[in-house]
Design a protein around this ligand. Structure first.
Ligand code: SF4
Length: 363
Protein backbone atom coordinates (compact mmCIF):
# COMPACT_ATOMS: atom_id res chain seq x y z
CA UNK A 1 0.00 0.00 0.00
CA UNK A 2 1.26 3.45 -0.88
CA UNK A 3 2.24 5.48 2.19
CA UNK A 4 0.38 8.75 2.61
CA UNK A 5 2.74 11.72 2.17
CA UNK A 6 2.83 14.71 4.53
CA UNK A 7 -0.24 16.94 4.37
CA UNK A 8 0.11 19.80 1.88
CA UNK A 9 1.47 22.96 3.43
CA UNK A 10 -1.19 25.62 3.77
CA UNK A 11 0.83 28.68 2.92
CA UNK A 12 0.41 31.86 4.95
CA UNK A 13 -0.37 35.29 3.53
CA UNK A 14 0.13 38.50 5.50
CA UNK A 15 -1.36 41.80 4.37
CA UNK A 16 0.99 44.62 5.35
CA UNK A 17 -0.39 48.06 6.39
CA UNK A 18 -0.99 50.60 3.63
CA UNK A 19 0.55 53.61 5.38
CA UNK A 20 4.24 54.29 5.87
CA UNK A 21 4.22 54.82 9.64
CA UNK A 22 1.91 51.87 10.28
CA UNK A 23 4.03 49.64 8.09
CA UNK A 24 7.14 50.54 10.07
CA UNK A 25 5.37 49.82 13.35
CA UNK A 26 4.23 46.45 11.96
CA UNK A 27 7.78 45.37 11.07
CA UNK A 28 8.51 43.45 14.31
CA UNK A 29 5.27 41.48 13.78
CA UNK A 30 6.08 40.86 10.11
CA UNK A 31 9.61 39.73 10.94
CA UNK A 32 8.51 37.43 13.79
CA UNK A 33 5.64 35.97 11.75
CA UNK A 34 7.97 35.18 8.83
CA UNK A 35 10.52 33.54 11.15
CA UNK A 36 7.80 31.51 12.88
CA UNK A 37 6.40 30.35 9.57
CA UNK A 38 9.80 29.25 8.32
CA UNK A 39 10.44 27.41 11.59
CA UNK A 40 7.10 25.65 11.69
CA UNK A 41 6.41 24.90 8.03
CA UNK A 42 9.71 25.41 6.24
CA UNK A 43 8.08 27.92 3.89
CA UNK A 44 8.21 31.68 3.51
CA UNK A 45 4.92 33.56 3.76
CA UNK A 46 3.53 35.75 1.02
CA UNK A 47 3.42 39.41 2.12
CA UNK A 48 0.94 41.50 0.18
CA UNK A 49 1.92 45.17 0.22
CA UNK A 50 0.89 48.27 -1.73
CA UNK A 51 3.40 48.83 -4.55
CA UNK A 52 4.84 52.15 -3.40
CA UNK A 53 5.89 50.64 -0.06
CA UNK A 54 7.65 47.58 -1.55
CA UNK A 55 11.11 49.28 -1.57
CA UNK A 56 10.70 50.03 2.13
CA UNK A 57 9.71 46.44 3.00
CA UNK A 58 12.70 45.27 0.97
CA UNK A 59 14.92 47.21 3.42
CA UNK A 60 13.55 45.04 6.24
CA UNK A 61 14.96 41.96 4.49
CA UNK A 62 12.00 39.74 5.41
CA UNK A 63 12.11 36.02 4.73
CA UNK A 64 9.01 36.37 2.56
CA UNK A 65 7.71 36.52 -0.98
CA UNK A 66 6.66 40.15 -1.53
CA UNK A 67 3.51 40.56 -3.59
CA UNK A 68 3.05 44.18 -4.77
CA UNK A 69 -0.51 45.47 -4.93
CA UNK A 70 -0.81 48.04 -7.68
CA UNK A 71 -4.53 48.66 -7.15
CA UNK A 72 -5.80 47.67 -3.73
CA UNK A 73 -9.39 48.22 -4.80
CA UNK A 74 -9.13 45.58 -7.53
CA UNK A 75 -10.21 42.75 -5.26
CA UNK A 76 -10.59 40.12 -8.01
CA UNK A 77 -7.07 40.67 -9.39
CA UNK A 78 -5.45 40.66 -5.93
CA UNK A 79 -7.33 37.48 -4.96
CA UNK A 80 -6.40 35.79 -8.24
CA UNK A 81 -2.73 36.53 -7.61
CA UNK A 82 -2.86 35.14 -4.07
CA UNK A 83 -4.46 31.94 -5.34
CA UNK A 84 -1.49 31.28 -7.62
CA UNK A 85 0.71 30.96 -4.50
CA UNK A 86 -1.43 28.26 -2.89
CA UNK A 87 -2.17 30.47 0.08
CA UNK A 88 -4.72 29.09 2.56
CA UNK A 89 -4.23 31.08 5.78
CA UNK A 90 -4.10 34.84 6.22
CA UNK A 91 -3.27 37.57 8.73
CA UNK A 92 -4.56 41.07 8.09
CA UNK A 93 -2.48 43.91 9.52
CA UNK A 94 -4.84 46.38 7.83
CA UNK A 95 -8.26 47.40 9.18
CA UNK A 96 -9.98 47.68 5.78
CA UNK A 97 -12.94 45.73 4.48
CA UNK A 98 -11.33 45.48 1.03
CA UNK A 99 -8.28 43.63 2.37
CA UNK A 100 -10.56 41.11 4.12
CA UNK A 101 -12.58 40.72 0.91
CA UNK A 102 -9.38 39.90 -0.99
CA UNK A 103 -8.50 37.11 1.47
CA UNK A 104 -12.02 35.69 1.30
CA UNK A 105 -12.18 35.87 -2.49
CA UNK A 106 -8.79 34.12 -2.66
CA UNK A 107 -10.35 31.15 -0.81
CA UNK A 108 -8.28 31.46 2.37
CA UNK A 109 -9.91 29.19 4.94
CA UNK A 110 -8.36 30.95 7.97
CA UNK A 111 -8.54 34.75 8.08
CA UNK A 112 -7.33 36.61 11.19
CA UNK A 113 -7.57 40.33 11.90
CA UNK A 114 -9.40 43.01 13.84
CA UNK A 115 -13.15 43.10 13.31
CA UNK A 116 -13.85 46.85 13.29
CA UNK A 117 -15.51 48.69 10.41
CA UNK A 118 -18.13 45.95 9.99
CA UNK A 119 -15.77 43.38 8.51
CA UNK A 120 -16.00 40.78 11.29
CA UNK A 121 -18.21 38.53 9.14
CA UNK A 122 -15.36 38.23 6.60
CA UNK A 123 -12.95 36.80 9.20
CA UNK A 124 -12.68 33.40 10.87
CA UNK A 125 -10.56 34.67 13.77
CA UNK A 126 -11.56 38.11 15.03
CA UNK A 127 -9.09 39.97 17.28
CA UNK A 128 -10.64 42.41 19.77
CA UNK A 129 -8.76 45.67 19.31
CA UNK A 130 -10.11 47.48 22.39
CA UNK A 131 -7.67 46.04 24.97
CA UNK A 132 -4.75 46.72 22.61
CA UNK A 133 -5.30 50.47 22.39
CA UNK A 134 -3.62 51.39 25.68
CA UNK A 135 -0.19 50.24 24.61
CA UNK A 136 2.24 50.73 21.74
CA UNK A 137 1.05 49.95 18.21
CA UNK A 138 4.00 47.56 17.75
CA UNK A 139 2.45 45.35 20.42
CA UNK A 140 -0.95 45.62 18.78
CA UNK A 141 0.46 44.25 15.53
CA UNK A 142 2.16 41.40 17.40
CA UNK A 143 -1.17 40.48 19.01
CA UNK A 144 -3.01 40.66 15.69
CA UNK A 145 -0.43 38.30 14.18
CA UNK A 146 -0.97 35.90 17.12
CA UNK A 147 2.60 36.27 18.33
CA UNK A 148 3.88 36.60 21.91
CA UNK A 149 3.54 40.18 23.20
CA UNK A 150 6.32 41.20 25.60
CA UNK A 151 5.74 43.09 28.84
CA UNK A 152 7.35 46.54 28.98
CA UNK A 153 9.05 48.17 26.01
CA UNK A 154 8.04 46.81 22.62
CA UNK A 155 10.64 45.46 20.19
CA UNK A 156 11.95 48.27 17.99
CA UNK A 157 11.35 48.15 14.22
CA UNK A 158 14.63 48.13 12.33
CA UNK A 159 15.65 48.48 8.67
CA UNK A 160 18.94 46.69 8.10
CA UNK A 161 19.29 46.29 4.32
CA UNK A 162 20.01 49.92 3.49
CA UNK A 163 23.00 49.81 1.13
CA UNK A 164 20.75 50.68 -1.83
CA UNK A 165 19.23 53.59 0.12
CA UNK A 166 22.68 54.94 0.97
CA UNK A 167 23.77 54.69 -2.66
CA UNK A 168 20.55 56.36 -3.86
CA UNK A 169 21.05 59.23 -1.39
CA UNK A 170 24.67 59.70 -2.50
CA UNK A 171 23.41 60.14 -6.05
CA UNK A 172 20.66 62.51 -5.01
CA UNK A 173 23.05 64.50 -2.85
CA UNK A 174 25.39 64.92 -5.80
CA UNK A 175 22.48 65.95 -8.04
CA UNK A 176 21.39 68.53 -5.46
CA UNK A 177 24.98 69.80 -5.16
CA UNK A 178 25.16 69.32 -1.42
CA UNK A 179 28.88 69.25 -0.71
CA UNK A 180 30.41 66.80 1.79
CA UNK A 181 32.06 69.70 3.64
CA UNK A 182 31.89 68.32 7.15
CA UNK A 183 28.87 70.38 8.22
CA UNK A 184 26.34 68.33 10.12
CA UNK A 185 23.08 67.62 8.36
CA UNK A 186 19.84 68.28 10.20
CA UNK A 187 16.63 67.13 8.50
CA UNK A 188 13.31 68.83 9.13
CA UNK A 189 10.02 67.21 8.16
CA UNK A 190 7.36 69.94 8.49
CA UNK A 191 4.54 68.14 6.63
CA UNK A 192 2.01 65.74 8.10
CA UNK A 193 -1.35 64.17 7.32
CA UNK A 194 -3.77 66.82 8.46
CA UNK A 195 -3.23 70.36 9.65
CA UNK A 196 -3.67 69.45 13.32
CA UNK A 197 -0.42 67.49 13.23
CA UNK A 198 1.75 70.28 11.78
CA UNK A 199 3.89 72.49 13.99
CA UNK A 200 3.48 75.96 12.41
CA UNK A 201 5.53 76.81 9.31
CA UNK A 202 6.89 80.04 10.89
CA UNK A 203 8.29 78.06 13.79
CA UNK A 204 9.97 75.54 11.51
CA UNK A 205 11.43 78.46 9.55
CA UNK A 206 12.78 80.09 12.72
CA UNK A 207 14.22 76.75 13.84
CA UNK A 208 15.90 76.24 10.43
CA UNK A 209 17.43 79.73 10.65
CA UNK A 210 18.78 79.09 14.14
CA UNK A 211 20.20 75.66 13.27
CA UNK A 212 21.88 77.11 10.17
CA UNK A 213 23.22 79.92 12.37
CA UNK A 214 24.90 77.26 14.51
CA UNK A 215 26.71 76.07 11.37
CA UNK A 216 24.51 73.09 10.49
CA UNK A 217 23.13 72.39 7.04
CA UNK A 218 19.34 72.06 7.17
CA UNK A 219 17.52 69.79 4.71
CA UNK A 220 13.79 70.40 4.60
CA UNK A 221 12.24 67.13 3.48
CA UNK A 222 8.77 66.19 2.30
CA UNK A 223 6.79 64.23 -0.24
CA UNK A 224 5.24 65.83 -3.34
CA UNK A 225 2.11 66.71 -1.32
CA UNK A 226 4.26 68.55 1.25
CA UNK A 227 5.84 70.91 -1.28
CA UNK A 228 3.81 74.01 -0.36
CA UNK A 229 4.87 73.51 3.26
CA UNK A 230 8.57 72.89 2.55
CA UNK A 231 8.65 75.86 0.16
CA UNK A 232 7.09 78.09 2.79
CA UNK A 233 9.53 76.93 5.49
CA UNK A 234 12.59 77.51 3.32
CA UNK A 235 11.24 80.76 1.84
CA UNK A 236 10.71 82.21 5.32
CA UNK A 237 13.96 80.80 6.71
CA UNK A 238 16.27 82.36 4.13
CA UNK A 239 17.61 85.76 5.08
CA UNK A 240 17.25 88.76 2.78
CA UNK A 241 21.01 89.26 2.60
CA UNK A 242 21.51 85.72 1.28
CA UNK A 243 23.76 84.65 4.15
CA UNK A 244 21.81 81.40 4.63
CA UNK A 245 21.73 80.53 0.92
CA UNK A 246 22.89 76.91 0.62
CA UNK A 247 22.46 76.33 4.36
CA UNK A 248 18.71 75.68 4.30
CA UNK A 249 17.64 73.53 1.34
CA UNK A 250 14.19 72.62 0.08
CA UNK A 251 14.09 68.93 -0.85
CA UNK A 252 10.28 68.71 -0.72
CA UNK A 253 9.08 66.29 -3.41
CA UNK A 254 12.65 65.77 -4.63
CA UNK A 255 13.42 62.42 -3.02
CA UNK A 256 12.02 58.97 -3.72
CA UNK A 257 11.13 56.84 -0.72
CA UNK A 258 14.49 55.06 -1.01
CA UNK A 259 16.38 58.37 -1.26
CA UNK A 260 14.45 59.69 1.71
CA UNK A 261 15.54 56.67 3.79
CA UNK A 262 19.12 57.26 2.65
CA UNK A 263 18.89 60.95 3.57
CA UNK A 264 17.50 60.18 7.02
CA UNK A 265 20.27 57.65 7.56
CA UNK A 266 22.86 60.28 6.61
CA UNK A 267 21.44 63.05 8.80
CA UNK A 268 22.71 63.68 12.31
CA UNK A 269 19.22 64.58 13.50
CA UNK A 270 15.62 64.63 12.32
CA UNK A 271 13.20 67.21 13.70
CA UNK A 272 9.72 66.18 12.67
CA UNK A 273 6.01 66.17 13.25
CA UNK A 274 4.42 62.82 14.06
CA UNK A 275 4.83 61.28 10.58
CA UNK A 276 5.77 58.17 8.63
CA UNK A 277 9.33 59.46 8.01
CA UNK A 278 9.71 59.83 11.79
CA UNK A 279 9.27 56.05 12.01
CA UNK A 280 11.68 55.51 9.09
CA UNK A 281 14.34 57.49 11.00
CA UNK A 282 13.52 55.48 14.14
CA UNK A 283 13.90 52.20 12.23
CA UNK A 284 17.34 53.47 11.16
CA UNK A 285 18.01 54.33 14.82
CA UNK A 286 18.78 57.97 14.06
CA UNK A 287 18.45 60.77 16.67
CA UNK A 288 14.96 62.28 16.59
CA UNK A 289 13.24 65.31 18.03
CA UNK A 290 9.50 64.71 17.57
CA UNK A 291 7.13 67.66 17.91
CA UNK A 292 4.01 65.96 19.21
CA UNK A 293 0.49 67.38 19.06
CA UNK A 294 -2.68 65.32 18.90
CA UNK A 295 -0.97 61.91 18.55
CA UNK A 296 -1.12 59.36 21.36
CA UNK A 297 2.55 58.85 22.18
CA UNK A 298 1.75 55.71 24.17
CA UNK A 299 0.82 54.10 20.86
CA UNK A 300 3.02 55.75 18.25
CA UNK A 301 6.14 57.21 19.86
CA UNK A 302 9.22 56.51 17.74
CA UNK A 303 11.28 53.56 18.97
CA UNK A 304 14.85 54.73 18.47
CA UNK A 305 17.65 54.86 21.05
CA UNK A 306 17.88 58.69 21.05
CA UNK A 307 14.45 60.29 20.98
CA UNK A 308 13.24 63.56 22.45
CA UNK A 309 9.51 64.23 22.49
CA UNK A 310 8.43 67.86 22.71
CA UNK A 311 4.76 68.63 23.24
CA UNK A 312 2.06 70.00 25.58
CA UNK A 313 1.06 66.70 27.12
CA UNK A 314 -0.51 68.63 30.02
CA UNK A 315 -3.40 69.99 27.92
CA UNK A 316 -6.70 68.24 28.71
CA UNK A 317 -7.51 67.59 25.03
CA UNK A 318 -4.17 65.87 24.28
CA UNK A 319 -4.19 63.34 22.70
CA UNK A 320 -7.27 63.78 20.54
CA UNK A 321 -5.73 61.59 17.78
CA UNK A 322 -7.40 63.72 15.09
CA UNK A 323 -5.99 65.09 11.84
CA UNK A 324 -8.03 68.29 12.04
CA UNK A 325 -8.43 70.12 15.34
CA UNK A 326 -12.03 69.86 16.57
CA UNK A 327 -11.71 72.75 19.06
CA UNK A 328 -12.97 76.32 18.70
CA UNK A 329 -13.43 79.31 20.99
CA UNK A 330 -11.08 80.21 23.84
CA UNK A 331 -8.13 78.01 24.50
CA UNK A 332 -6.87 76.62 27.78
CA UNK A 333 -3.89 78.97 27.60
CA UNK A 334 -4.04 80.85 24.29
CA UNK A 335 -6.78 83.18 23.07
CA UNK A 336 -7.98 80.61 20.54
CA UNK A 337 -8.16 76.87 21.16
CA UNK A 338 -7.65 75.71 17.60
CA UNK A 339 -4.40 73.63 17.31
CA UNK A 340 -3.34 74.97 20.68
CA UNK A 341 -1.33 71.80 21.42
CA UNK A 342 1.21 72.57 18.69
CA UNK A 343 0.98 76.36 18.67
CA UNK A 344 2.10 76.34 22.30
CA UNK A 345 5.32 74.49 21.50
CA UNK A 346 8.02 77.16 21.25
CA UNK A 347 10.97 77.40 18.87
CA UNK A 348 13.27 77.67 21.90
CA UNK A 349 12.05 74.33 23.29
CA UNK A 350 12.58 72.52 20.00
CA UNK A 351 15.91 74.24 19.38
CA UNK A 352 17.13 73.31 22.85
CA UNK A 353 16.13 69.66 22.30
CA UNK A 354 17.79 69.69 18.86
CA UNK A 355 21.06 71.13 20.11
CA UNK A 356 21.10 68.68 23.03
CA UNK A 357 20.58 65.79 20.58
CA UNK A 358 23.36 67.02 18.31
CA UNK A 359 25.65 67.48 21.28
CA UNK A 360 24.86 63.97 22.53
CA UNK A 361 25.47 62.49 19.07
CA UNK A 362 28.93 64.05 18.94
CA UNK A 363 30.07 62.60 22.30
S1 SF4 B 1 -5.48 71.38 20.42
FE1 SF4 B 1 -6.32 69.53 21.39
S2 SF4 B 1 -8.13 69.05 20.17
FE2 SF4 B 1 -6.85 70.43 18.92
S3 SF4 B 1 -5.56 69.08 17.69
FE3 SF4 B 1 -4.43 69.55 19.57
S4 SF4 B 1 -4.92 67.84 20.94
FE4 SF4 B 1 -6.46 67.84 19.33
Amino acid sequence: MKKAGPPPIERLAIRAPNHLGELLLALPALQAACEKERRETGTAPVVQVVSWLVPLVAMADLDARLLPLSDRRDIAAAARELRTYGVRRGILLTPSVSSALIFRAAGLTARRGTGGGGRGWLLTDVVDRAPLLEDHRVKEFLAIADLPVPEGEPPAPRLAAIDAARAAWSERRRAERIPPDGRRLVALFPGANGTARRWPVDKYAALARSLAGFGHRVLVLGGPEDRPVTEAVVGRALTDDGTLEGSVLDLGGRTSLVELAGALDACHLLVTNDTGPMHVAAALDRPIVAVEGPADVRQTRPLATRVRLVGRFDLPCVPCVKNECPRGGRGTILESAERECLRLVTVDEVLEASLASLEEAST
